[in-house]
Design a protein around this ligand. Structure first.
Ligand SMILES: [Fe+2]
Length: 146
């Protein structure tokens, strides 16, 4: 009887850990492209990242909003904190869309302002890392007593 309850309590934290692993992987890939600018760009990596960035980020954010937030919200967390996290999801996704277009242009070897591209990519992975650090700290602070 105790194990299903424990599994149910830990499920949102496991889901969050999984989504953050995905986003960390995207951040590492974005950083690798940014580091390769201006003259050492791997066009195949840019193509792959331009195609996967939005779907992976969107899926991770949706999973958090559907499987994590509703469960931990029941633990008397302030609604404003969840609104902040959801707003950050939206902002991150907007910047990711812009980054995805730039990555596609780099993949096609089209003219791109490399300095602006580097700034955009670095801005995105910095935002994403900041978001998951806050989200992780906030949600783990709501963990039920073991
Ligand atoms: Fe998130």
């Amino acid at each position: 009887m105790r194990e299903p309850i424990l599994a149910e309590n830990l499920a949102p934290y496991s889901a969050l850990s999984s989504t953050h692993d995905t986003i960390n992987g995207l951040c590492d890939a974005l950083e690798a492209v940014a580091d390769s600018l201006p003259g050492n760009v791997d066009r195949q990596s840019c193509r792959c990242l331009s195609q996967t960035l939005i779907p992976l980020l969107e899926r991770a954010q949706q999973r958090e909003e559907r499987q994590v937030f509703p469960t931990v919200r029941l633990r008397s967390a302030p609604a404003s904190a969840f609104e902040r996290l959801k707003n950050e999801h939206f902002e991150d996704l907007c910047v990711a869309e812009e980054a995805s277009e730039v990555l596609a242009r780099l993949a096609r070897d089209e003219e791109v302002n490399k300095e602006a591209a580097g700034y955009l990519l670095r801005g995105l992975f910095t935002m994403l890392r900041r978001h998951i650090a806050f989200e992780s700290q906030f949600v783990s602070g709501l963990k039920p007593p073991q």
